[in-house]
Design a protein around this ligand. Structure first.
Ligand SMILES: [Fe+2]
Length: 459
């Protein structure tokens, strides 16, 4: 009896050792397709009268308050808000202690129509000359309906400045969107890199398009009034709607969401760059011309030469449409931008490229396909230490639902993929290391599901 137990124990030991050895053989090459399936709320937009879209009380109270970086180096913010009863002043009062506003800045006001919808009065105010790593309080609006918020400026530009970014894409305004937003707000993220497709207002028609933009502005205010969201555009911002007589691309987006494009010598708010703490962040537009000799192509070529990895070692690129993604949804839509820019991304050793568009999560290995030139060369992506990691975070939770079908088998370039909702965080620790997580919305809880340490591509 004792002898039999001994044989069994030895057998199981061999089995476990064999399993460990076999598992480690494939590590680093075979990717993972997560089989996780969670129960989700239906992909429907939150009703208009929900608390999630509450209108602030008082005559002409500022609403839809949001901030973004206002300059190249993080010493300025652009504060934006909407008033609905009358224009009111485009003035921001601010200071470093609560309820004591020593300074003020004056901005400008704009509005627009979309079909028969008339927007509120949209204010944008640049607040500059700020100190790094300082908490500022600010006040907008008049009298009893004035509102107060605060934000923290980033540390100065330094290769070892630590900073935590949240990455959110394709957010929309469903209960899943709310879950993503609330989980992000618990994450300790200090600024959001938003990878396009904001409100999904273009899923509506006529006056409801503008109304849904207003709702979304009130929806994200809970975070965007207190920390900068860096914007990039997606296809849902185009809003080419000839049926309603609306044919000017990005009309709603451009009126409502400002970017500091002039500070990086860009000629267009849809593509620009900022430096923040230890990162150089380049924002591209997947839906503006980018082939050789176009303004976006020329600007990117210049911006890459302005970059100084000695000062900002982390090079991050945002674009809506992913270049490497193995979901059946939107498969290869990023191929034209890959053809235009991939060789630069490898040459300049981009650390990470974040995208949205596909409503599922995916992370690639460092791979490139820059040797193929139609007539010769290897047509397949190959491991490349100088190449970026491509991450798709189009899983914010909008009303179109999840993209649940991945290509089978999982391509060699794909490291991890899962079709559920969530957001990412990138905690830059110093010039060499960053901790990265993708956080799944797990039935109301946040769960770090894909966790990786990134080593800087320059240092
Ligand atoms: Fe999209």
């Amino acid at each position: 009896m004792l002898r039999t137990t001994g044989i069994h124990t030895s057998f199981f030991r061999i089995l476990i050792i064999s399993y460990v050895l076999l598992s480690s053989v494939g590590y680093g090459s075979a990717g993972t397709t997560s089989s996780f399936i969670r129960s989700v709320w239906p992909s429907i937009d939150i009703p208009l009268d929900s608390e999630a879209f509450a209108i602030p009380k008082g005559h002409n109270a500022p609403q839809q308050v949001h901030i973004t970086q206002g300059d190249y180096d993080g010493k300025a913010v652009i504060i934006s808000w909407v008033t609905t009863d009358e224009p009111g002043p485009s003035k921001v009062q601010y200071g470093t202690s609560k309820e004591k506003y020593e300074f003020s800045a004056k901005g400008s006001m704009t509005n627009y129509t979309f079909y028969n919808y008339k927007s509120g009065y949209i204010h944008h105010c640049l607040v500059d000359g700020l100190e790094h790593e300082t908490k500022y309080y600010y006040k907008i609006g008049m009298g009893d309906s004035a509102r107060e918020f605060w934000f923290q400026t980033p540390p100065k530009i330094d290769p070892d400045s630590p900073y935590t970014y949240g990455i959110i894409g394709d957010l929309g305004q469903t209960y899943n969107s709310l879950s993503t937003l609330e989980h992000y707000m618990q994450s300790g993220g200090q600024a959001v890199l938003f990878v396009g497709d904001l409100s999904y207002a273009d899923r509506y028609e006529y006056d409801d398009v503008g109304i849904r933009w207003d709702l979304w502005g009130r929806f994200v205010e809970r975070s965007a009034a207190y920390q900068p969201w860096m914007w990039s555009v997606g296809n849902h911002e185009i809003e080419y709607m000839p049926k309603m007589g609306e044919v000017r691309p990005f009309k709603s987006y451009l009126h409502r969401y400002a970017t500091p494009f002039l500070a990086s010598k860009s000629s267009n708010p849809l593509w620009y760059a900022i430096r923040r703490a230890s990162a150089h962040i380049i924002v591209l537009s997947s839906y503006s011309p980018f082939v050789k000799y176009t303004p976006q192509w020329k600007w990117l070529r210049e911006e890459l030469t302005r970059m100084d990895r000695e000062k900002t070692p982390w090079l991050i690129v945002l674009m809506h449409c992913p270049i490497y993604n193995s979901n059946t949804a939107h498969f290869m839509e990023g191929e034209s931008m890959r053809a235009a820019f991939e060789s630069w991304f490898v040459q300049y050793k981009v650390d990470i490229i974040f995208s949205g568009h596909v409503h599922a999560y995916e992370r690639s290995y460092r791979i490139s396909n820059i040797h193929y030139n139609v007539s010769s060369g290897d047509p397949y992506p190959v491991p490349d230490k100088s190449a970026p990691i491509y991450i798709t975070v189009g899983d914010g939770g909008n009303q179109e639902g999840l993209a649940g079908r991945f290509k089978v088998p999982q391509p060699d370039y794909s490291a991890f993929r899962e079709a559920s909702y969530g957001h990412s965080t990138l905690e830059i620790k110093n010039r060499t290391h960053a901790l990265y997580h993708w956080n799944r919305n797990d039935d109301g809880k946040k769960m770090a599901t894909d966790s990786v340490v990134f080593f800087n591509q320059y240092w």
